[in-house]
Design a protein around this ligand. Structure first.
Ligand code: ZN
Ligand code: ZN
Length: 790
């Protein structure tokens, strides 16, 4: 965002133990050593570069007034590539100054060519507003930057279309407003020199696939007016940014990934809470359940929340300014309360120096919080990542991250909060009881080595392509020349639209037949989105896509919205709305479904002797049948409650593997244990897929069976939970051996005996995690890996 600048905080009062000493004291506290890895991330001096020769003095002076004396190497390199007409994506860390990389070529061009225009796209209005402030602050003559979004008053819109040369908007506005009104925008589009796509890693999955086609529609309109703009993209650190940006824009994109901005040194520890003894009294026994599953025999780890609370208490006792990131607001409160209690037990009154931060504070309250932390009145703060939005904290000595936040980008963003100017800081990732967290604390190379997760999207998804082609046809009739632009599957999608009576084929192309435009929601995913409404006030809190609504909005579900907790009273599927009331119970809810699956077609496969690996279309029938309530503080299961929801059909993309029964017998898996072996492998494989692609396990479903009628073999299916697929299964197929190797290692390295939530148990299993066989799952995966080409 902002060009990186040096931290401004002077060392405050209190002790300042060296991170290594502090860590030594923290880990010496319990019986075993919970630390699985310590990484020293060295301080890095920035590598400045000279201003590119084409950057006009006027622009250099404007940046200098904002405190940017010279660009960093990566900024200069990306800017020059773009200025020379190449499409480029800058994928570097937080606060590495990505904005300068696109502002420099875009603004230099606006200054050199008084007619040229720039279109900037951000995923949120808030980010666009931030960028508007940054560009406006440069006070460049004749640029007239302006935001154009749903909040822009009608009266200003025409002025912006006619006079602004730097328009900041979002993909939704481009889709709903600018492209349908291209005639009014023709002057702007004709002169369009640059399209800037900020935070482009947020365009993933089905939403990303829609945005990819909105950009193709933009390119098509520009081409009609004779413009071929250069695309400059900014991304968080991610795997293979060049491919992801290429898929998003449909253009060849060069990636700049070498971060040349300066950063402070961090000692980064990976922390795994200990397994509790099987007969531990600290966890209440799980009540017997109707499904007769074996949850009551499971071994559990000490909860990450409790562990984080203890660490917070210990660091605060040392006088270390510490921020703990916790996923939910309730969780943040539990951490703060436990830390306060522990501190007050040790030194009465010390607990008062720990607080919980909940999203939604007023601006003045946030500033007060910042002040208290800066002056040392407050030493410890537990927060959800809502803190990323609007609180400016500097001068922290330590950051505790309770549970892997889902992506390396967020992990580094949170860890990046630690470190005062010129001083070393400590970051600790505390693993939750979950296969991915467990894998990561035992495989530091997956965190500190090369980036592993890629942003995936699938523009060929027919459920996205067809409605997008309909929108394109309204904007201008489609011609055979457009087929290449919209890519694989475009011709088939057009034929279907013709057949359905939406398009008419004429000698000059395909025409939209209706009076109204098609209604296409970029964020909707096939099923109509469900509105979440607060009953008492009638206020619309947000929408949930139809596909997830049964999971997230069933009656009794605890629904989190911007860190605030609501409980669902009623899910009205006919009206597409869920009525909720504000409430913060001590439990979270976890829905369970039952699934049936049939293979529709095979897109690609690998025949590896006794093992087959497939990618193809499948029909999934599923029904959410019950939900569990679990205590937030301990993870203890309170009860399982039945639900009465209809079944749903989903045509999607799946990856699946089969094994011959003989190979399983030869590997020592008894016939009776095959279902438990496959089921356990399926759970762990789903848990580890986020390592390969930026999805979470709620985006993915699975099914395993000792004999599937379509494959006629023992089979494990993993499918995209979105109609038409979102690219996750495809990515899994493309990285199958690495993905299943990580899955195998995660299971084998887990210290439990019979399987636990850290390895083969799943929080969303429809069969109550029964049957599961941990040792046989390893045998199954060994057979697959031994036969599958790397
Ligand atoms: Zn385990
Ligand atoms: Zn299951």
């Amino acid at each position: 965002m902002e060009p990186s600048s040096a931290a401004t905080v002077s060392a405050g009062p209190g002790l300042q133990p060296a991170p290594a000493d502090l860590l030594r004291r923290l880990r010496a506290r319990g019986a075993g050593d919970p630390v699985t890895h310590v990484e020293r991330v060295p301080a890095r001096a920035g590598v400045p570069a000279p201003w590119p020769p084409w950057a006009p003095p006027e622009l250099r002076a404007a940046f200098a007034r904002r405190g940017v004396v010279a660009p960093w190497q990566h900024q200069a390199e990306a800017a020059s590539l773009a200025y020379d007409g190449g499409h480029v994506v800058v994928a570097t860390g937080t606060a590495s100054g990505k904005s300068l990389a696109y502002q420099l070529p875009a603004l230099a061009t606006l200054l050199a060519d008084p007619r040229a225009t720039v279109l900037y796209l951000a995923p949120t209005k808030a980010l666009a507003a931030d960028q508007l402030r940054a560009v406006a602050a440069l006070e460049l003559e004749g640029v007239r930057p302006a935001c154009y979004d749903g909040d822009t008053p009608r009266a200003e819109r025409e002025w912006i279309r006619k006079h602004s040369r730097f328009v900041l908007t979002n993909p939704d506005m481009l889709h709903h407003g600018i492209l349908p009104g291209h005639a009014q925008w023709s002057g702007f589009l004709r002169r369009l020199a640059y399209v800037v796509i900020d935070e482009c890693h947020t365009y993933r999955g089905v939403f990303g696939s829609h945005v990819a086609h909105v950009l193709r529609r933009l390119r098509r309109q520009c081409a009609r007016f004779g413009a071929t703009p250069v695309f400059v993209l900014a991304s968080a650190t991610s795997g293979d940014p060049s491919t992801a940006a290429g898929r998003l824009t449909g253009l060849p994109v060069t990636a700049i990934t070498e971060d040349a901005s300066p950063r402070g040194g961090v000692t980064f520890a990976l922390w795994e809470p200990p397994l509790l003894p099987a007969d531990s009294g600290s966890i209440s026994p799980v009540p017997p359940q109707p499904t007769g599953d074996h949850d009551d025999l499971r071994q559990v780890r000490r909860s990450a929340l409790r562990e984080t609370a203890d660490l917070l208490a210990d660091t605060v006792a040392e006088g270390v300014r510490t921020l703990a990131f916790v996923r939910s607001r309730k969780g943040a409160e539990v951490v703060a309360a436990n830390a306060r209690r522990a501190l007050d037990d040790a030194v009465p009154g010390l607990g008062g120096r720990v607080a919980a931060y909940r999203g939604g504070y007023l601006r003045e309250e946030r500033r007060e919080l910042e002040r208290a932390l800066l002056h040392g009145d407050l030493l410890g703060l537990a927060s959800t990542n809502a803190l990323e939005l609007g609180v400016d904290l500097v001068g922290l000595d330590a950051v505790l991250i309770c549970g892997y936040p889902g992506t390396r980008a967020s992990l580094w963003q949170q860890a990046g909060r630690a470190g005062r100017s010129g001083q070393e800081a400590l970051a600790v990732l505390v693993a939750r009881d979950d296969p991915l967290d467990t894998y990561l604390v035992h495989h530091p190379e997956a965190i500190f080595g090369a980036p592993v997760e890629a942003t995936v999207l699938d523009p060929a998804n027919p459920y996205v392509l067809a409605p997008q082609l309909a929108c394109a046809a309204v904007e201008a009739p489609l011609t055979p020349a457009d087929l290449a632009l919209f890519g694989d599957g475009a011709k088939e999608a057009i034929d279907q639209l013709v057949e359905a009576g939406a398009l008419r084929q004429r000698p000059t192309g395909w025409y939209w037949r209706h009076r109204e435009r098609p209604e296409v929601d970029l964020r909707g995913e096939g099923g109509a989105p469900v509105a979440v409404v607060e009953s008492a006030t009638g206020r619309l809190l947000g929408t949930v896509d139809g596909g997830s609504s049964h999971f997230l909005l069933h009656p009794g579900a605890v629904y989190l919205h911007q860190g605030v907790s609501y409980v669902v009273d009623e899910l009205d599927l006919a009206d597409g709305c869920a009525l909720v009331h504000i409430e913060e119970p001590d439990w979270s809810t976890h829905a369970r479904d039952v699934t049936d699956l049939s293979v529709v077609s095979v897109r690609s496969y690998v025949d590896a002797g006794p093992v087959g690996m497939f990618l193809g279309e499948v029909d999934v029938t599923s029904q959410v049948v019950s939900y569990q309530r679990r205590r937030i503080a301990t993870g203890e299961v309170i009860d399982t409650r039945p639900l009465d929801l209809p079944t749903r059909e989903l045509r999607t993309v799946a990856v699946w593997f089969t094994l011959s029964p003989q190979s399983l017998t030869a590997a020592g898996v008894q016939a009776a244990d095959v279902p438990g072996a496959l089921h356990a492998a399926e759970h762990a494989a789903i848990g580890l897929l986020p390592l390969m692609a930026t999805c979470d396990r709620w985006d993915i479903g699975g099914l395993s069976t000792a004999l599937h009628p379509d494959t006629e073999a023992p089979t494990v299916f993993v499918y995209d939970g979105h109609p038409g697929g979102a690219g996750f299964a495809e990515r899994a197929y493309g990285t199958a051996s690495a993905w299943l190797r990580a899955t195998r290692d995660a299971i084998a390295e887990c210290g439990c005996e019979t399987g636990c939530p850290s390895c083969v148990q799943s929080p969303k299993c429809g069969n109550g995690n029964n049957p599961l066989s941990k040792p046989d799952a390893i045998r199954v995966l060994d057979v697959v890996l031994a036969n599958l080409p790397a």
